[in-house]
Design a protein around this ligand. Structure first.
Ligand code: SF4
Length: 938
């Protein structure tokens, strides 16, 4: 295989030395120049003068003597133009930034395609055209009128921006290309040979320049073409080439090869489940290839269809590949440094200022902990500082981080002190946020040792410095959102350009960067539809039909360019591995690219020497397998632990209810002792609301323990409960404001629950004359003997009844519930359709199970002459007494207790049963509110 650029090098070496000295080669990219020089140096044994080799961009900017305009500066210049034109109706910087990029992109296309601007803009704003949109000018809304006014002014925007840029001797790409294309002659072109090599599609301005070079300076155009896609008139990879070579005069020299139809080639296609799996497979393939032939790496390209795989690929490069070179742009928005910027801006956004006094600064704890937990900050701070601080904040239920707290922790380390000093510099002026972000990146950069990370951090600093400079022309920026938007703009306009020079080792590159290059061995990742080719959404101020009429590019033109890059890259290689992500979910549709389908269908018909294999590959960690059921076998250690724990700590009704619902959750909670995340409560959490109510009722009713509670006396004292509740609330939510927003609403609801409870109690007392409270939050416990693998163990069961009442020789065990209770769930019956008794032991009817547990534990304390009932005081249902019915009976009998004990024993035995491993629950819908979801993966 002779690479295209090697053929160019050989052509150049055929020239005489003096001809070589005055030769110019124009190529699509700077990378092509590096390769031509490499091929030249490999073919000579003594020094020679090399020709001048330039990218077309460099050539045009050199010729026009213009400088490439910086995108951010250009946006600011456009904003100045906008203010000049719109005067008092000018938009804020924020509003302006929503459409400015689109307008600049249209201006660029207009110039690249040399569209007559006056005609285009008058066409756009032409009233007749407006009528074609079926709009009656009389009936236009204010917004529509403004929209039309804006269209009418586009020409002035274009002219004014061009003027402003030229004043600084700068130009955007289209502007420079048009400027040169419109010249009647070119200066400084004194070459005896000009070659234009490796292009496949020209814009109108490029075509005009190339024609001029061809006609006036005898330039030769060297195309890189394969017959397969060029001569097949329906093949989109050859569309642009056919357009240029058949219809135009650009046809002097061509390199037309016939590799696709004649060569041997191996094409392996892999559908892989997920992006991580794609990277793993690519690395595995590379390793196997190197084991077979270590030299292969020198002629291998790993091509990334999508940039988001760049960092995973770099981090997975095996040690056997000791050198690699990166040639592609990586969007900063995909890098985690961008997240750090967002976190700092969140801190800024939330900073509370009182007067001008910084001592009153405070930050919402979550913004602060998220900032501390960012990987860059965690790495910058010594040891476990970030995590320790977050744990401390969570433990203390700290809501807002104030200056006092920041001062108190700053002595922990020099690094933390420096970071806090920066945070305390946050000022009211939102513009200063950029300075703080820069300083934070500088701090991290100073501490960073990895060259790779340093290049990212330095790029952020550079981009933000430039942004600061660009924003300097705007005198007043009020909103942080404006800063956020412009930081986002700057990041989007400043991908980090990895343009490595070394030509040794593995070459990692994007598809665009493969232009004109050839490799024997190629691995391409993300060969998915929507990526290769990329789905183009139509974004332009210029209507589709108008673009078409003026010969401007349409989305389909981009598709044919990508298709050319793909087929050209593959035409000379021997071995190709095409990987696509076959996982479906989220934004992924798991569809392979149309190029794969074309290759599979068309190539076997034209060349049977190309061997194509298509495989599906699954790795153990694929996303699907990750969510498969988790099964934890009961090992000797687990059984031993359970025996000890159940006898010493004991089982409670709630732990048994959890066990019945999901044995895996029980395993996480009771055996691994994993607590659900104990984050700071931002609002009054549901479970703590229940605690406040329980404790308030307990505190208030304490005065009546073992006394007759009578209507008259109760009526006099019941108002006290309000104060008890207020006091409890204050103790529970020390640092939380419960008098505003959602907390206030919750507080009012809880007050209403208490009020209702008291009213119900009064009504009950009025009717029943009196009752005696025997206990409040009464601890209950009982042991049950079970035989585990020939060993008798004495399992402790324990719980606490919220209240125990005596009413007319009936003892009532009461459980308070703040949530809704369905009385049907307390009506335990056995019918042919449903055995609700058994359901109590199978993960359903938790409340009935809990009440029966209390009854079973209390049974022996009950004096023989008394009856025993259990009930729920359902505060939400406005019901003080929802009794448990067992086969329609309220009173619990010895038989019920015996039956319950039998089934409880079976339930406990199942906990120790090795044939019943801990597994996830079957019904995933019920996992929605589980605190262990993130661990479990459901
Ligand atoms: S998420 Fe579902 S399966 Fe997982 S532990 Fe929680 S309840 Fe069990």
């Amino acid at each position: 295989m002779t690479p295209f650029l090697k053929q160019i090098a050989q052509k150049l070496l055929n020239l005489k030395q003096d001809e070589l000295e005055s030769t110019l080669v124009i190529v699509p990219s700077r990378r092509a120049k590096t390769y031509i020089l490499k091929y030249i140096s490999e073919s000579i044994d003594k020094p020679i003068y090399t020709p001048e080799i330039v990218s077309i961009n460099d050539f045009i900017y050199n010729q026009t003597e213009l400088m490439e305009a910086d995108p951010m500066d250009m946006l600011m210049q456009l904003y100045e133009v906008h203010r000049k034109i719109e005067k008092n109706s000018a938009q804020s910087l924020d509003q302006f930034s929503t459409w400015a990029d689109l307008l600049l992109s249209d201006f660029n296309d207009i110039d690249l395609y040399m569209v007559p601007v006056d005609r285009l803009f008058s066409y756009l704003s032409d009233a007749k055209e407006i009528e074609k949109w079926d709009l009656d000018p009389q009936k236009l809304t204010e917004q529509e009128k403004n929209y039309l006014k804006f269209y009418k002014k586009l020409y002035i925007y274009y002219i004014e921006l061009n003027k402003a840029l030229l004043k600084n001797n700068t130009a955007y790409q289209g502007m420079a290309f048009r400027f040169m294309a419109e010249q009647s002659s070119y200066k400084n072109i004194n070459y005896s040979n000009i070659y234009i090599a490796g292009f496949n599609a020209f814009t109108k301005s490029e075509e005009t320049i190339i024609k001029m070079l061809e006609v006036e300076y005898s330039a030769e155009i060297i195309w890189d073409i394969d017959k397969y896609y060029f001569e097949n008139k329906s093949h989109e990879a050859g569309r642009s080439l056919r357009k240029h070579l058949y219809n135009k005069d650009l046809n002097k020299i061509q390199i037309i090869e016939d590799n696709w139809l004649n060569d041997n080639k191996k094409i392996n296609i892999y559908g892989v489940d997920g992006n991580v799996a794609q990277v793993k497979l690519a690395v595995d393939l590379l390793q196997k290839q190197i084991e077979k032939d270590p030299k292969i790496i020198e002629n291998t390209a790993l091509v990334l269809g999508s940039e988001d795989l760049l960092l995973p690929v770099i981090n997975s490069i095996p040690e056997s590949i000791n050198s690699f070179n990166l040639t592609m742009s990586y969007p900063l928005r995909l890098h985690n440094g961008y997240e750090l910027i967002t976190l700092v801006l969140n801190l800024y956004n939330d900073y509370k200022f009182e007067k001008d006094n910084t001592s009153d600064l405070s930050i919402y704890y979550k913004y602060f902990t998220n900032f501390l937990l960012h990987p860059y900050i965690q790495q910058y701070l010594p040891n476990n500082t970030s995590k320790d601080l977050c744990n401390e904040i969570n433990k203390n239920n700290t809501q807002r981080i104030d200056k006092k707290y920041l001062d108190s922790i700053s002595s922990k380390s020099m690094e933390l002190r420096k970071l806090i000093e920066l945070l305390l510099e946050i000022k009211r002026d939102v513009r200063s946020s950029i300075d703080i972000i820069i300083s934070i990146f500088e701090l991290i950069n100073d501490n960073e040792s990895q060259a790779w990370e340093k290049s990212f951090l330095s790029h952020y600093i550079e981009v933000l410095m430039k942004l600061k400079e660009s924003l300097a022309i705007v005198t007043h920026i009020e909103k942080l959102n404006t800063i956020k938007r412009w930081v986002q703009n700057a990041i989007n306009h400043s991908p980090i350009p990895f343009i490595g020079e070394p030509l040794q080792g593995l070459q990692i590159m994007g598809m665009l960067e493969t232009r004109t290059l050839d490799f024997e061995n190629i691995i391409i990742l993300s060969v998915n539809e929507d990526i290769l080719p990329k789905t183009q959404t139509y974004k332009s101020f210029i209507l589709f039909d108008i673009k078409k009429e003026f010969g401007m590019p349409l989305p389909s033109d981009n598709d044919s360019i990508t298709s050319y890059h793909f087929y050209r890259l593959l035409q000379r290689c021997n071995s190709v591995n095409l990987l696509y992500n076959s996982a479906v979910g989220g934004m992924q549709n798991g569809e392979m690219s149309r190029y794969i389908k074309q290759i599979e269908i068309e190539i076997p018909e034209v060349n049977n020497k190309i061997k194509i294999k298509h495989k599906r590959v699954k790795f153990g960690f694929s996303s699907k397998e990750k969510t498969q059921d988790i099964v934890i076998e009961k090992t000797d250690e687990i059984i031993e632990y359970l025996k000890n724990w159940s006898q010493e700590s004991g089982l409670s009704p709630s732990s048994l209810n959890n066990y019945k619902r999901c044995t895996y959750m029980f395993y996480l909670q009771k055996i691994l002792k994993i607590k659900p995340s104990d984050e700071v409560e931002e609002k009054m959490a549901y479970h703590t609301q229940g605690t406040v109510l329980h404790e308030s009722l307990e505190d208030y009713y304490k005065q009546y323990i073992n006394k007759d509670l009578q209507y008259e006396e109760f009526s006099k004292t019941s108002a006290q409960i309000k104060q008890v509740f207020e006091k409890k609330l204050k103790t529970k939510y020390k640092t939380m404001n419960t008098d505003t927003g959602k907390n206030l609403l919750t507080k009012r609801i809880l007050e209403q629950y208490i009020h209702n409870f008291i009213l119900m109690e009064k009504a009950f007392l009025k009717e029943n004359k009196s009752l005696k409270i025997l206990g409040l939050e009464e601890d209950l416990k009982k042991h049950i003997n079970v035989k585990i693998e020939n060993e008798e163990i004495n399992v402790l069961i324990k719980g606490s009844a919220d209240r125990i009442d005596l009413v007319n020789k009936t003892i009532r065990l009461i459980d308070y519930k703040t949530g809704a209770v369905d009385p049907k769930d307390l009506n335990i019956t056995k019918t042919a359709k449903a055995d609700k008794w058994l359901q109590m032991f199978e993960g359903k009817l938790d409340k009935a199970f809990q009440l029966m547990m209390y009854a079973w534990m209390y049974w022996e304390q009950k004096p023989p002459a008394y009856l025993l009932e259990t009930s729920i005081s359902a505060l939400k249902n406005h019901s003080i007494n929802l009794p448990l019915y067992l086969m329609k009976e309220k009173s619990i009998s010895q038989e019920h207790i015996n039956d319950f004990e039998n089934d409880l024993e079976k339930l406990i035995l199942s906990l120790f049963d090795r044939s019943k491993p801990f597994v996830q629950r079957e019904n995933t819908r019920e996992c929605e509110y589980c605190d262990y979801r993130s661990i479990c993966g459901r």
